[in-house]
Design a protein around this ligand. Sequence first.
Ligand SMILES: [Zn+2]
Length: 412
Amino acid sequence: MHEVIFWIIITILVLDFVFENYLEYLNTKRMGTKLPDELKGIYDDEKYTKQQAYQKENHRFGMITGTFSFLVILAMFVFYGFAFVDSIAWNIASHAILAALLFFGIIMFASDLITMPFSVYDTFVIEEKYGFNKTTPKTFVLDQLKGWVLGAIIGGGLLALIIFIYQKTQDMFWIYAWLVVAAFSIFMAMFYSNLIVPFFNKQTPLEEGQLRTAIQQFAEKVGFKLDNIFVINGSKRSTKANAYFTGLGAKKRIVLYDTLIEEMGTDEIVAVLAHEIGHYKKKHVMQGLVISLIQTGIVLFIFSLLIENSHLSKALGVEEPNFHIGLVAFGILYSPVSFVLGIFMNQLIRKNEYQADAFAAQHFKPEPLISALKKLSQKNLSNLTPHPLYVFFNYSHPPLFERLKHLKTFEK
Ligand SMILES: [Zn+2]
């Protein structure tokens, strides 16, 4: 039986790799196609050549990193790497919680170390070459260190708590674990901007001036408090621009990148803001949270049925089942399910983008949002002609062409 599970795991990994690469291939095949009229003039010829080169380079780089990660994970299963790390962990610690923390600590740390050359290359060679990179080596190193510390404290703490619950409650473990994860998720959704973001970025309230006045007028009209609008120093790492809505209830906030404010006119910024307020008005954060909590409950329930199963641990070369080995095997076996759920999720999120766009068009104006989206695409060297299948599986936002078409329907 454990041999069957082993081969199922390998098959899942291979199919996933082949499929991802197929989608990438479809996407590159669409490069250099003639642009529809709506998308002409976003790039001038020189900039478009640059965009195509950037896309090609990212594609090639993605193929290399993807293949590398695939081979490493495959090797971990074929050569029983997880069993090896498991034995190291149990040699150092005899307690299940400590062993699990060591197990995941070693794996995460090792995986970060071997993929670090790739992220160095990405940031300091590719992004640098196309004029995006603002990250200094110091920021890069500090980001890594902070990531490890926060990951160890938050991820380690949550894992320890869940295993502790498992030891105490066994059968009903998934319900208690679910309650803990739910409480944690709600807490994080509310306080992420206050607790985590400050480790990496500065967030400041909107400065006095023409922009603030313009925003104030619009925010008052639609009933959004100005105190909840912040500017973040995204320029610390990249020239790419962005904006997002986050948080729940009193802790909600809209965050505008300083790079966005620099590049856009007042009307365009208000339009972007209106789009983000649309996410708030349509309760998209709450909706995402509820869906993810339902999914978490289902995942924990299925996991609780399989965790004691020795076939799973034997498939990874470990005789006695334990929590962390069960989690690794389950993680791969469950991935086809999460792949399918992810498709629905992306579709829902893309629908939400249309809703937020509609809100901005109706309560502000469609034209400045159209020009803001065009500017964003041009500045970030976005792909204007992604393959529809690639979009279907991977995009969280509708492609620019579709969004512009939708926004045009609101023009008077
Ligand atoms: Zn949006």
